[in-house]
Design a protein. Structure first.
Length: 322
């Protein structure tokens, strides 16, 4: 597995890193489905061990994933086969409001930091993100929120501060005020505002680390969905309309056939095309890929290889038509 330097952190992490959103299982927040169906604890644990064995050393989770269940599963690994010192461990807070009527209440943030430390069974979290950029109508919750993270860093509870959001423009809006070590934007070949938003230019200027999430558009881009698919309540894919669109599904399958033919000498041609393209313009970046089983980990470990810029542009053009 190719390693990259995660910007300001100077940490060396796997180009294809491990996202554990699915490890929380099915979940809802209010009336929104925010989890993943089909999760199995034992299979996930085997995946974590295999990731460690294959050098996938950056694991990303959040307090909202299964209301702490994802963090808890990771914490159990230090008593199994995994050495804590080998893993660059990231988590997030912000989507769980607790007893308050808004995100990022300082008292609850401090509570969640302590709970994450406990569930993850660690003395320090390597990277803690603000999970989104909703800081109130007048940004009134921003300063108190960032102060909590800075104080936690001073106290040695976290090493680095991160900023995440689905919208790269939102990250860019708060980037200078946050001064993050790492950002986590949503990016894949179908949904890609990373460059046009100006966020890439800001990243290059400030040498910030980047971890792209949902690089396969929640699994849609794998091409395995041959018919319109619906998901049960609690599965976030229930709210992704492309899973129900036969035209989109057919276009993705055709694009993947072209990838397979073009990158036929690569052991994972589709993953190479879909994932490695995201790294060609961000040398301080990695991709967070959900890996729910040892087999998925083994496939992921074969991606993360270098891609020529001309090939990257060709891949992007291939999926613009989808």
């Amino acid at each position: 597995m190719r390693q990259v330097t995660l910007g300001l952190t100077k940490a060396t992490v796997s180009a294809i890193s491990l996202g554990t959103w699915s490890y929380g299982g099915s979940n809802t927040i209010g009336d929104r489905s925010v989890g993943w169906s089909g999760h199995d604890d034992e299979t996930a644990k085997q995946a974590l061990i295999r990731a460690w064995e294959l050098g996938i050393n950056h694991w990303d989770t959040a307090d909202a994933y299964g209301n702490g269940r994802s963090e808890e599963l990771i914490g159990e690994m230090w008593d199994a086969a995994v050495a804590r010192k080998d893993i660059f461990l990231a988590t997030k807070l912000g989507w769980v409001m607790g007893p308050h009527d808004h995100y990022y209440h300082p008292d609850f943030m401090r509570h969640q930091i302590e709970l994450s430390l406990k569930l993850l069974k660690t003395d320090v979290i390597d990277l803690l993100y603000l999970h989104h950029c909703m800081f109130g109508d007048a940004d009134e919750f921003f300063d108190p929120a960032i102060e909590v993270l800075r104080r936690a860093k001073e106290e040695g509870k976290i090493r680095f501060i991160g900023l995440s959001d689905w919208d790269p423009k939102a990250i860019l809006k708060y980037a200078d005020k946050t001064n993050p070590d790492v950002i986590q934007p949503y990016r894949n070949v179908m949904d890609d505002d990373y460059v046009t938003s100006g966020l890439r230019a800001w990243v290059h200027q400030h040498n910030v680390g980047v971890a792209f999430f949902s690089p396969l558009k929640h699994g849609l881009l794998t091409g395995k969905y041959t018919e319109p698919t619906t998901f049960p309540v609690g599965d976030m894919r229930l709210g992704v309309p492309e899973f129900s669109d036969p035209t989109v599904l057919a276009k993705i399958r055709e694009a993947n056939k072209t990838l397979t033919a073009t990158f036929s000498t690569h052991p994972q041609p589709v993953l190479h095309g879909l994932l490695d393209v995201l790294l060609t313009d961000t040398p301080t970046g990695c991709v967070l890929l959900g890996q729910r089983s040892p087999a998925q980990v083994e496939a992921a470990a074969l991606a993360g290889t270098e891609m020529a810029k001309r090939d990257a542009e060709w891949v992007r053009s291939l999926y613009r038509a989808c």
